[in-house]
Design a protein around this ligand. Structure first.
Ligand code: KG4
Ligand code: ZN
Length: 330
C-alpha cells in the first residue's frame, strides 16, 4: 500500500510517500521545505508567516513527493492535525481533506508526537516493542513507553521549556539566529564545556524534565560576564542539556527494564546527544536506535507510518476533523 504523509505542524512543509509491504515501510520520497530563512531574523517562528509559506509550498511539496505516482494509487492520506501552530496545521489538514474529497481516497488525522515516537521504525535496523522512545523537539521533551502501535504511555515530560526551545532561546541570546540547535551544535565543538558549570535539573523521583532554569542561568552568566566566548557558553550549555537527557533515559531503562531506546524530534539530530546516548546504552547493554537526522526533524514519512498503522486498525477520519493546537496522545 502507498501512503502519503503530510506534516505542516510548525515551520516545515513536508510530504512523503511511503510504501508498505507486510507492514514494512519503504520511504519512496521524503520532501521537506524549510522556512528557517523567513523566521531567522525574528529569532523564532512567526506563526502568521509560517501559515502563509505553508500555503505557497503545500502543493509543490506534495506534488514533488508524489513524483510519477498517480494520486489514485494511494491507499490512504495521513495528515498531522496536532499538536502545533493552528494556522500551520490548518493548511495541511484542509489540503488533505480536499484531496480526499476530490479523489474518494480515505484520510486519517495523525498526532505529530505519535509520528516522532515511531520514527525509529522507519530506519534499518528497526527496533521491536517494548521500546523507550524519547521525543526531544522545539515543542516537546518527553519519554514514552511504546508497547505497540497505538499503545503509548508517557513516563515523563518537561514541566516548562522543551529542550529545543532552550537551544533556540540561548541561540537568540548569543545572537546566533534561528533555529538555534544546529548552530549551537556546531559551535560547541570548538568550545570548552568545562569553562562554566550550568545547573542540571534532574526532577528527582520523576521522569520529568525542566529547562527554563538552565536558560535563565545562561542569560545571567552572559550578562555577568560579557567577555565569555560564545563557543564556551555553547559547549557548557549543550553539556548540561545532554547530561540531563542521557541520565534520564538511563534511569528510565533501569526502572522499566526495557532495553531498546529510540530518539526523535529535532534535538535528536544533535551530534553530542547521539554520541553520548550511544555510549551510555553500550555501557549498560541497551540497544540504541537513532533514526537518520532527516527522520528526526519534522517529516511526512513519520506521519505516513503512524497513519498507516491506525488505518490498518480500522480508523479513518471524516471531514469534521479539525486541527488542534494541543493534542494529547491517545
Ligand atoms: O522536531 P522539530 O523539527 O520541530 C518541532 O519542534 O516539532 O524540532 C525543531 C527543534 C528546534 O528547537 C531546533 O533548534 C532543534 O530542534 N534542533 C536541534 C538540532 N537540530 C534541530 N537541537 C540541537 N541540536 C541540533 N543539531
Ligand atoms: Zn516535531
Amino acid at each position: 500500500m502507498l501512503v502519503l504523509g503530510i506534516d505542516t505542524s510548525c515551520d516545515d512543509t513536508s510530504a512523503s510517500l511511503v510504501s508498505f509491504e507486510d507492514d514494512r515501510p519503504d520511504i519512496v520520497t521524503n520532501i521537506v521545505s524549510s522556512q528557517s530563512d523567513i523566521h531567522d531574523k525574528y529569532g523564532g517562528i512567526v506563526p502568521e508567516l509560517a501559515s502563509r509559506r505553508h500555503m505557497e509550498m503545500i502543493w509543490p511539496v506534495v506534488n514533488e513527493a508524489l513524483g510519477k505516482n498517480r494520486i489514485d494509487d494511494l491507499g490512504v492520506i495521513a495528515v498531522c492535525y496536532g499538536p502545533g501552530l493552528i494556522g500551520s496545521l490548518l493548511v495541511g489538514t484542509s489540503f488533505a481533506k480536499s484531496m480526499s474529497l476530490s479523489t474518494a481516497i480515505p484520510f486519517i488525522g495523525v498526532n505529530h508526537l505519535e509520528g516522532h515516537l515511531l520514527s525509529a521504525l522507519l530506519a534499518e535496523p528497526a527496533p521491536g516493542f517494548p521500546l523507550l522512545s524519547m521525543v526531544v523537539s522545539g515543542g516537546h521533551t518527553s519519554i514514552y513507553m511504546v508497547r505497540g502501535y497505538g499503545d503509548y504511555e508517557e513516563l515523563g515530560k518537561t514541566r516548562d521549556d522543551a529542550a529545543g526551545e532552550a537551544y533556540d532561546k540561548v541561540s537568540k541570546l548569543l545572537g546566533l539566529g534561528y533555529p538555534g540547535g544546529p548552530v549551537i551544535d556546531r559551535l560547541a565543538r570548538t568550545g570548552n564545556r568545562k569553562s562554566i558549570r550550568f545547573p542540571r535539573a534532574m526532577m528527582k523521583g520523576t521522569h520529568d524534565f525542566s529547562f527554563s532554569g538552565l536558560k535563565t542561568a545562561v542569560r545571567l552568566e552572559v550578562e555577568r560576564n560579557p567577555a565569555l566566548k560564545p563557543e564556551d557558553v555553547a559547549a557548557a550549555f549543550q553539556d548540561a542539556v545532554v547530561d540531563v537527557l542521557v541520565r534520564k533515559v538511563r534511569m528510565a531503562i533501569e526502572e522499566t527494564g526495557v532495553k531498546s531506546v529510540a530518539l526523535s524530534g529535532g534535538v535528536a539530530a544533535n551530534s553530542e546527544l547521539r554520541e553520548r546516548m550511544a555510549e551510555m546504552c553500550e555501557k549498560i547493554g541497551a540497544e540504541f536506535y537513532p533514526p537518520p537526522v532527516a527522520l528526526c526533524t519534522d517529516n511526512g514519512a513519520m506521519i505516513a507510518l503512524a497513519g498507516y498503522h491506525r488505518f490498518r486498525m480500522g480508523q479513518v477520519s471524516d471531514l469534521g476533523l479539525n486541527p488542534r493546537a494541543h493534542l494529547p496522545i491517545s
